[in-house]
Design a protein. Sequence first.
Length: 336
Amino acid sequence: MKPGVLFGLLGAVLVVSLLAAVRFGAVSLSLHQVLTALSGSPAAGTGTDLIVWQIRLPRALLTALVGALLAVGGAAMQGLFRNPLADPSLIGVTAGASAGASLAIVFGGGTIAGVLGLSLVSLAAFAGGMLATAVVYRLATRATGTSVATMLLAGIAISALAGSLTSLLEFYGSNEMLRRISLWQMGGLEGANWTRVAILAAVATIVLGGLPLQARALNALLLGESEARHLGFGVDRIKRWLIVLVAAGVGVSVALAGAIAFVGLVVPHIVRLLIGPDHRALLPASALAGAILLLWADTLARIVVAPTELPVGLITALLGAPLFIGLLRSTRAYDL
């Protein structure tokens, strides 16, 4: 498929997905009600306006941004590691965020911190993800440069260490703490508000604008590091920028929405099979596809057992695992 055709298709589907995310929920709205509310003032005060502007629209936008950041981060990591099984969790950011969130739940009670109205859990999750990524990068860096293979092994080790800390906290925590940790690890977007949308939008602007600038370098890295150096690319500098951008995007996403599985792994696979491995098209297409996938997953999570919500991480796992199994059955799934 030509990239231009795919971009047009994904753009149209994204608009439909956003409208569906705003329309469907515990209280179903008609398309006319949604369009009328969106075209009017958010301060109109009617019940429909409140549902659209204060609950569903910020949640839909937050969901789309989280999905885009997770997917584009996965595409970048697969290119950096030259491995189709790579995803952002390999650099330790997800496990570190989980450990940070668990520490805040057990010792901080999830109280509201005085930084932009974010909870202590979100702040601790972001700090934990950044700390884990920094340790992984430091372990992989020597005077001769940063080794991708060492980074992979260090990521596995740090993720295991952070996972053991999380398990220890679950063991000693109360039943209520255990439940909160478990729900956080399943992912959820019920805490969406305009403050969180603004924070994530600011980060997304940097990440989604910065990663495509490294597309040519990622294409060169697919040939090997030596070849990339011969082509004039500063490999170590590129690695550093990729890690910083992916860690920032995924770290903030996980901090605000919890751990959401499979988006960063499956979406780049599907897009790569459709348009090929050229990161100039792969990165933006993955961002669009990730936003669409998570929007539909969150919509299903809200309506399957309405008015109760399922954790969105369960939906992405249920959708992503069969898709990934299907991809594994194709030998092309291993071609970068």
